[in-house]
Design a protein around this ligand. Structure first.
Ligand SMILES: NC(=O)c1ccc[n+]([C@@H]2O[C@H](COP(=O)([O-])OP(=O)(O)OC[C@H]3O[C@@H](n4cnc5c(N)ncnc54)[C@H](O)[C@@H]3O)[C@@H](O)[C@H]2O)c1
Length: 275
């Protein structure tokens, strides 16, 4: 890929949950900037399809599985040699395939259109959150981030180089009704990011978080009926595009950010000022 300016020339990057959405766009922009990318996702076929478009490599694993993550890092290193950049992007909203949630969203949008103020709850509220839903949310986001960062630090610290990017959310600091598990997971990632940044700063391994605002991807597709409201709430008047996040990731991974660590960069159109 040569569309970019070589900002990541000669680097290798592993991006989790990158078969589609923000991860796929981050991989594309990193690849254009010269990085050799390794695409992770749950399905090898899906990861490979994205990797093939970018001339990259594909590895499959569920990031919430500790042993599988360790094997994935071994495989990634055997494919590309070493690891300079890790993006812990894999994530779930918790309402994937949940028709009741879609129904609640539609009702909420209708209430807003009537000028009413509906209850601020997308998952039905804490009383309906099962132990399994709670644990899965924390497992994918928090365990996944921990397992991947642990493996990456083992590779990066001895080489005194590396950039790790975690994926938070405006929900990690703002919070919202009906999203207790997601918000807790994202807040945990932001705290984890700062602690790890302290720990490895002396080894020139930088650790930063991106906290996206509302971005148009498959994850936010069920929220479409609420997009007009979200656009109105956003000072810049629009929902974000995957590139709004991908360019933040390229910056944090590049030498342009060589004095930046322990930070949260939040492209969100002004929806939430200063994370
Ligand atoms: N889209 C937004 O508005 C938004 C806002 C804030 C934060 N985020 C965060 O950004 C990240 C990417 O979101 P997106 O909008 O691209 O979502 P998406 O649903 O479009 O893509 C997520 C990808 O992660 C993969 N994935 C899910 N669980 C996995 C696991 N256990 N192991 C490996 N891969 C797994 C999925 O298969 C999918 O390809 C997530 O962490 C999400 O929480 C998104």
């Amino acid at each position: 890929m040569s569309a970019g300016n070589g900002r990541l020339a000669g680097r290798t990057a592993l991006i989790t949950g990158a078969a589609r959405g923000l991860g796929a766009r981050i991989a594309k922009r990193m690849s254009e900037e010269g990085a050799r990318v390794v695409i992770n996702d749950l399905s090898l076929a899906a990861a490979r399809s994205t990797a093939d478009e970018l001339g990259g490599e594909a590895v499959a694993c569920d990031v919430s599985d500790s042993a599988a993550v360790a094997s994935m890092f071994e495989e990634a290193v055997s494919l590309v040699g070493d690891l300079d950049i890790l993006v812990c992007n894999a994530g779930i909203s918790g309402i994937e395939g949940d028709n009741a949630a879609r129904q609640r969203i539609a009702e909420r949008a209708e209430a807003l259109a009537r000028g009413e103020q509906p209850e601020d709850s997308l998952d039905g509220g804490i009383a309906g959150v099962t132990d399994e839903q709670w644990r899965r949310m924390l497992a994918v986001h928090m365990d996944g981030t921990f397992y991947c960062c642990r493996e990456a630090v083992k590779l990066m610290r001895p080489r005194n180089r590396g950039s790790i990017i975690t994926m938070g959310s405006i929900m990690g600091t703002f919070g919202r009704g009906g999203g207790t598990a997601y918000c807790a997971a994202k807040a945990g990632i932001l705290g984890f990011t700062r602690a790890l940044a302290h720990e490895v700063a002396a080894y020139d391994v930088r650790v930063n978080a991106i906290a996206p605002g509302w971005i148009r991807t498959d994850m936010t597709d069920p929220l479409k009926p609420l997009h007009p409201m979200l656009e109105m709430q956003t000072p810049m008047g629009r929902i974000g595009e995957p590139d709004d996040i991908a360019w933040a990731a390229v910056y944090l991974a590049s030498d342009e950010a060589k004095f930046v660590t322990g930070q949260t960069l939040s492209p969100n159109g002004g929806w939430y000022m200063s994370q």
